[in-house]
Design a protein around this ligand. Structure first.
Ligand code: SF4
Length: 479
């Protein structure tokens, strides 16, 4: 038996949730993590506090696999934070599962981090030289060591000092026995929202985690903001040097759930506009518009509404695939893609179809989807991508393949068309994407235009090239 990589879509790094002053806080965090499962499926963890102790449980797997009723009961107290992990730095091991707990001169501390630090490798080497011993391979542990070595006398001051030294993307939650902290990096790469729930607060990566626990959306945690909730009082600080915002535009295109509001805009509305703009920029005569589910469904609807061409579901996606799957002895062609998608012949037979997808990374999955549609009798296939060509990797917490693996980086549009075997292909323009996302906002678009708002530390660049690529799933195949 052997394994092979199959092409999939980009992976988000993590989702975080915090609940303050609610009965059974851990249960609510559990529900919030469940709503954020799309942001990471490798491990899940919760740390709670009853004001005296910090209780922790984390394990590998999805939220519903990790926690039992018994485990949740043991996570006592009315304040808790939780984390779903998909690793972009650090391997996929239990010891890398978050939240991280540490004992320090400030007492017990828990940290949960979404994002990716661009100077963590350099800081780690410096800290190791000075005697620090690292227990994990996650970049978040650098923050732990910076906190432990701080000469400051309060946790707040030590946290600000540590966060001033790190660079890159972080939406971070910290928990002590007395207080909850939430902080977003000055660029604001990753989303973080604040909600209110009867006498307490909920903070999460996306608003879908507020909805599931009936918390009311209040506002975003702002880029560069530090929120401290202590003694039932919420205080806001802006202790870091300001810079231009660089909100991750890919959150709108692909990562965030369409029922979430992030960066103060409903993801659903933005995706509809992405699809509508794509239709205006690249119209084509066809019988139907269909999405590659699920992340492209809303943009396909936008394309259909704008063009007047009927919307149909021509592909069904299975949600029940694990990381490995046993292939029958008799080899099935394109087994990996068929596990995930199946085309509906009754929809596409003898039809000219427009297939809307949100992005293309390596292109191998799209090629298999096109093959499936052809074998079901599609007459013409026109691919429309609701984002510009993905040309560069991401250093801020999204697992995008390297430049040499990205098909748009190494092939012309005509070559991609030939490779996918489609009748036409077009990508949304950068201007169209920006306009659909509200235009005025300051977005990071580095994976499309190569303009990285925070440069990758040169030492860290080496660590990236040596890093195990986790943009992969494994499919079992015959020897
Ligand atoms: S490089 Fe792309 S995926 Fe990464 S933060 Fe910027 S827009 Fe988002």
């Amino acid at each position: 038996m052997s394994t092979k990589k199959i092409d999939i879509y980009p992976k988000e790094e993590c989702g975080v949730v915090a609940v303050y002053k609610q009965k059974q806080a851990a249960n609510l965090v559990y529900l919030g993590l469940h709503a954020l499962q799309h942001r990471g499926q490798e491990s899940a963890g919760i740390i709670s506090t009853d004001g005296n102790h910090l209780f922790r449980f984390a394990n590998m797997g999805k939220v519903s696999e990790v926690f039992s009723e018994n485990k949740l009961r043991q996570l006592q107290g009315d304040v808790a934070i939780g984390h779903n992990r998909y690793s972009t730095t650090g391997s996929s091991f239990l010891r890398n599962a978050q939240p991280i707990r540490m004992e320090s001169k400030f007492g017990s501390i828990a940290l949960a981090h979404n994002g990716n630090l661009t100077n963590s490798w350099k800081l780690r080497l410096e800290l190791e030289k000075e005697g620090s011993i690292f227990q994990t391979t996650v970049d978040t542990e650098v923050i732990v060591h910076l906190l432990a070595r701080s000469k400051e006398t309060t946790f707040k001051a030590a946290l600000i000092e540590a966060l001033t030294k790190i660079k890159g993307a972080f939406s971070l939650l910290a928990l002590t026995k007395d207080a909850l902290y939430a902080v977003r990096d000055v660029n604001g790469f990753r989303p973080l929202v604040l909600g209110k729930k009867a006498g307490g607060w909920v903070i999460a990566s996306e608003t879908c985690a507020l909805d599931i626990v009936d918390a009311k959306y209040e506002r975003e945690v702002k880029p560069g903001e530090l929120i401290i909730i202590e003694d039932n009082e919420l205080k806001s600080f802006f202790p870091f040097e300001k810079c231009k915002e660089s909100l991750c535009i890919f959150e709108y295109i692909y990562f965030s759930r369409p029922d979430s509001t992030i960066f103060s805009r409903p993801v659903y509305d933005v995706r509809l506009k992405l699809g509508a703009t794509l239709s205006k920029e690249f119209p084509v005569e066809a019988d139907l518009v269909m999405p590659v589910p699920d992340s492209s469904t809303v943009s396909a609807l936008g394309y259909s509404t704008e063009s007047g061409i009927p919307f149909h579901i021509g592909l069904i996606r299975s949600h029940y695939i694990g990381r490995t799957f046993i292939e029958p002895d008799q080899k099935i062609r394109d087994f990996g893609a068929k596990l995930k998608y199946n085309a509906i012949e009754a929809v596409v037979k003898n039809k000219r179809v427009i297939v809307v997808d949100d992005s293309i990374m390596r292109g191998t999955t799209q090629r298999k989807i096109v093959k499936m549609l052809r074998s079901c009798g599609a007459k013409e296939i026109h691919v429309r991508i609701s984002s510009p060509p993905t040309l560069y990797p991401c250093y801020y917490g999204i697992d995008i393949p390297t430049k040499s693996e990205l098909i748009a980086s190494t092939h012309t549009l005509e070559e991609i068309k030939k490779y996918l075997r489609v009748d036409s292909i077009a990508y949304l323009s950068i201007e169209g994407m920006s306009e659909a996302c509200g235009g005025g906002h300051n977005y990071c678009m580095a994976c499309f235009d190569g303009n990285y708002p925070v440069p990758l530390d040169s030492d860290s660049a080496d660590s990236y090239s040596n890093q195990k690529t986790l943009f992969e799933e494994y499919e079992v195949e015959e020897n």
